[in-house]
Ligand binder design. Structure first.
Ligand code: ADP
Ligand code: MG
Length: 265
């Protein structure tokens, strides 16, 4: 057990079935506590699978995964997770505030509460409302989650992850359904979280990576971790196998090819 490590994978392979090409093959990676990392790579490359392994939602076919120096099943209550949005319709009648409050389960466990259904205190509700406020959707709190647009649901799921007040925030393509204004607001929020919340985020927004993350994990069946300073246009194009893939911003300090100005997915 290595207490200084937040996430550790050793020679991890994962397949969704026998005789199926592995989604991830021989992945080893180590992220220290407090370090924020972006996970980038093409669709189907294994980003979501990697996150689910880290959270103990999937077990490796081969290899070991540790989260905060222990089995992820034991430690994932310290993590706030916003999954990649499912495209399925969601009809279960539950309010936005209740979906958000569910993020407080782990916090209750940290505080030592027992029982499957913790009773939420007023303080939990205030924290949930504050998280909705920070995502700009407090006015939706009494609405049914199922009636919301994709972008609104996305923001609720992020609020739910935030209100866990986690040591690690795991976000799977959180900006996919956000309009540009909400996206900027979201990145400002991430930057404001400060050192006590580490972020692990799958994203195609390659241009914002240097602003928020110290390292970048390039995933395409295998995974290689680079310091953000080494993220160049060339690296990104190689990873996506797309010569048109461009870095978003000119102010990428380390970009060796600063004529690259936009991203094409
Ligand atoms: P990404 O998040 O980078 O788009 P995923 O981790 O979702 O990639 O997928 C990696 C590979 O695993 C893809 O080939 C995908 O089709 C496959 N896959 C993902 N989820 C499942 C599943 N539930 N059952 C079977 N195959 C899956
Ligand atoms: Mg995914």
């Amino acid at each position: 057990m290595r207490l200084e490590e937040m996430i550790r994978l050793e020679n991890v392979s994962f397949s969704y079935g026998v005789d199926v090409e592995p989604a991830l093959r021989d992945v080893s990676l180590s992220l220290p506590r407090g370090a924020s990392a972006a996970i980038i790579g093409p669709n189907g490359g294994g980003k979501s699978t990697l996150m689910k392994l880290i959270l103990g939602m999937l077990s490796p076919t081969v290899g070991t995964v540790e989260l905060f120096g222990d089995a992820p099943e034991k430690t994932r209550y310290r993590v706030g997770y916003a999954p990649q949005q499912a495209r399925v319709d969601f009809h279960f009648p539950i309010t936005v505030l209740d979906v958000t409050l569910a993020g407080r389960f782990g916090a209750g466990r940290r505080a030592g509460s027992s029982g499957f259904f913790p009773r939420f205190r007023q303080a939990d509700k205030e924290i949930a409302l504050d998280a909705l406020e920070r995502m700009g959707i407090a006015d939706l709190r009494r609405r049914s989650f199922g009636d919301l647009s994709g972008g609104q649901r996305q923001r609720v799921l992020i609020a739910r992850a935030l209100c866990a007040e986690p040591e690690l925030l795991v976000l799977d393509e959180p900006t996919n359904n956000l309009d540009p204004a909400s996206m900027n607001q979201f990145y400002e929020l991430l930057k404001s979280l400060g050192a006590k919340t580490a972020i692990l985020m799958a994203t195609h927004d390659v241009g914002v990576v240097p602003d928020v993350f110290q390292s970048v994990v390039c995933v395409n069946q295998t995974a290689v971790t680079h310091p953000t300073a080494n993220l160049t246009g060339e690296l990104v194009r190689d990873l996506y196998h797309n010569p048109d893939m461009r870095l978003v911003r000119h102010d990428l300090h380390c970009c060796s090819e600063c004529e690259h100005t936009h991203v094409e997915h």
